[in-house]
Ligand binder design. Structure first.
Ligand code: SPV
Ligand code: MN
Length: 623
């Protein structure tokens, strides 16, 4: 039997693109699928991917119309495919070039040899689909095209929900080789549902020189979907060698009550630190929740586009009280893929959903019942803490009207935040752009279940982007600093921290309190609020927050809470500066302004301690 029939070949040939043909030929030869199907932008082709995902068992239907469930591989709580694999994701570095110390790298020749060997025959017995997408709005200066080959219909289906169709865009390329490409295979499968068998041979290798990523023996979207974190890495390389930004940002439209205006904000938070729930705050509109391209625009602002059109969000703790907008979206009929949740009688359940846990069902470990343990006697929770949902933004009632605007949206402010139990206040505004870049560069966060490995360890996370920065940090920071200088209207930068705790470990804020921090920041960009200037940035006035808490959350925000949350923790901040300093000392070409900002921060904190003779300084003393 022929691997690719005439109809599919014609679809490929119609693109008039030599490079596309070359890539398809080369990887069919290597991966040896039993069949190749080319998917255009037509409804029928897209429907085919959806149907095949169910037919081969990678997805199964749930009770609510449009809802399906997918499971990723699982052997034990410490050996699974339920999160990004940082260890086996490596950037291929050509012979003699610099290996940035903060990321995983491998010599290009050695890496290619290893992964091509693993990929030899990896699609045997599988159907391979060839797909075309557009990263960013169509007909836009921002956008980059992407070719995906995969033998996973879950991957192909997810990409339909998450990305804009691009077959027609490829036609418009008129044969140009300006596109990224991604080859993915889930490799040999076992069980029902079929999951990757050889997780020990999971590899995700990023070839910057070729603009391509090879990914094998995995299904989890953060590892498998070319267009998500794999394309993010390629775009970071491209933008940092040009003059624009690729960032791990959400894009949010902020609509303050009674003001009849919208201001757009970006924000970067490490995985599982409230990024999607910020992008989906009640009363606001969402442009994107994960990845943005930014360019200086001719109106003086920086403009941002969402390169995606869907959400691959963490489902843990989504409940009607804390995330009403997402909960509503996930419990009503629409095309939705749930992954790694518990299914009991056709209904998905997840950790923190506010419902009682069924005693049994099917989850990522197969048949599950309360108390089930893995082979290491570790209890298996009913749903994985990194369980996810995949939906389209445009189907949501809070989708922003500029979601597909080819010019993107003008950005007024940027948020940076991490999971920080004891150092930074809930919100502050940076003193200027350079200080804002410093704040982004010095995000620290306690690790979560979104990546493999231990949880709760404090790690540095520059711009919440460290896992994806494939150029040296010095080059990345320089590009960022220079970018702001070109703008007539530079965004204000804010630090947020949703995870502050008291000495007993209790969180100091409610989950929805972030709405008040975001509305305050929006007001600052419009000169609505005065602020207290401190060495670490501008802090909100208690009187403004009191009004905002009443107005937006109907909460009585107490002065004692404000003092506890916003006091400047000088010792903790100085310790943080030491950690940041030692991290960046390992890097080359870190811009001098970064070191100047760090040293200024240190000096002014020491001055504060000397002036007030205390460790924690109330904002009232600084007013
Ligand atoms: C993240 O972890 O930042 C995500 C999900 O957005 S993943 O696709 O795993 O990267
Ligand atoms: Mn992300």
């Amino acid at each position: 039997m022929e691997i690719i029939n005439q109809e599919n070949l014609d679809k490929l040939k119609a693109l008039n693109n030599e490079k596309v043909l070359k890539i398809v030929n080369e990887f069919i030869d290597l991966c040896k699928p039993s069949k190749v199907t080319v998917i255009t932008d037509s409804k029928e082709d897209i429907e085919y991917c959806r149907r095949r995902a169910i037919e081969i068992g990678e997805e199964a239907k749930l009770d609510i119309d449009g809802h399906t469930i997918h499971f990723d591989g699982f052997f034990s709580m410490s050996n699974h495919d339920q999160a990004r694999d940082k260890k086996n994701t490596k950037v291929l570095i050509p012979n003699g070039q610099y290996h940035p110390p903060a990321i995983n790298t491998i010599e290009r020749e050695e890496g290619l040899k290893e992964i091509l060997e693993i990929m030899n025959g990896c699609m045997e017995g599988h159907e391979c689909v060839v797909r075309f997408f557009c990263l960013g709005p169509k007909n836009s200066e921002f956008s980059i095209l992407a070719l995906q080959l995969t033998d996973s219909f879950y991957v192909a289906h997810s990409e339909d929900l998450l990305y804009r169709a691009g077959y027609k865009e490829f036609k418009k390329l008129s044969g140009s080789d300006e596109f990224f490409y991604f080859i993915h295979s889930s490799g040999e499968l076992i069980g029902d549902p079929p999951v990757t068998k050889n997780l020990d041979k999971r590899r995700i290798y990023v070839d910057l020189q070729e603009g391509c990523v090879l990914s094998v023996n995995n299904q989890y979207a953060g590892n498998s979907l070319g267009l998500k974190k794999l394309a993010l890495r390629l775009a970071i390389y491209k933008s940092n060698n040009e003059d624009w930004l690729t960032e791990h940002y959400f894009i949010l439209g902020v609509h303050p009550e009674g003001k009849n205006r919208v201001s757009y904000f970006c924000g970067a938070f490490p995985s599982a630190c409230g990024k999607t729930s910020t992008a989906m705050l009640p009363g606001q509109t969402i442009v994107g929740d994960d990845i943005a391209y930014l360019r200086a625009w001719n109106d003086g602002y920086v403009h941002a586009v969402n390169i995606e059109r869907g959400i691959f969000g963490i489902i843990k703790d989504v409940n009607p009280k804390d995330d009403p907008v997402i909960f509503e979206a996930l419990t009503t009929p629409r095309e939705t893929i749930f992954s790694n949740v518990l299914v009991a009688e056709g209904t998905p359940y997840w950790i923190g959903d506010g419902r009682s846990i069924p005693v049994k069902g099917i989850n990522f470990s197969g048949d599950w019942n309360i108390g089930k343990e893995d082979i290491n006697k570790k209890e298996i929770p009913h749903a994985h803490p990194n369980a996810r949902y995949t939906i389209r933004i445009e189907e949501l009632s809070n989708a922003d009207e500029n979601l597909h605007n080819s010019e993107g949206v003008p950005i007024s402010g940027i948020f940076y935040g991490g999971r920080d139990s004891n150092t930074m206040p809930p919100v502050l505004e940076s003193l200027n752009w350079e200080h804002g870049v410093f704040i982004g560069a010095s995000i620290e966060s306690e690790t979560t279940s979104a990546t493999l490995g231990a949880e709760g360890v404090r790690v540095q996370q520059p711009m919440a982007n460290l896992d994806f920065i494939v150029v040296s940090l010095g080059k990345y920071l320089k590009n960022h600093l220079d970018f702001g200088k070109k703008l007539n209207i530079c965004p204000k930068v804010f630090a947020t921290n949703y995870f502050l705790r008291n000495k007993e470990g209790k969180y100091l804020n409610g989950i929805l309190d972030k709405l008040c921090w975001i509305i305050w920041a929006e007001g600052r960009t419009q000169d609505d609020y005065k602020a207290i200037e401190t060495p670490i940035g501008y802090l909100p006035l208690y009187s403004d927050l009191k009004i905002l808490f009443k107005q937006y959350l109907n909460k009585d925000y107490k002065e004692t809470d404000y003092i506890e949350q916003f006091s400047i923790r000088t010792t903790k901040l100085l310790e943080k500066l030491d950690r940041i300093e030692s991290m960046y000392k390992k890097e080359i070409n870190v811009p001098q302004i970064f070191w100047d900002t760090l040293n200024d921060q240190r000096k002014s904190l020491i001055n504060l301690i000397n002036t007030y003779d205390m460790e924690e300084i109330s904002p009232f003393l600084l007013k």
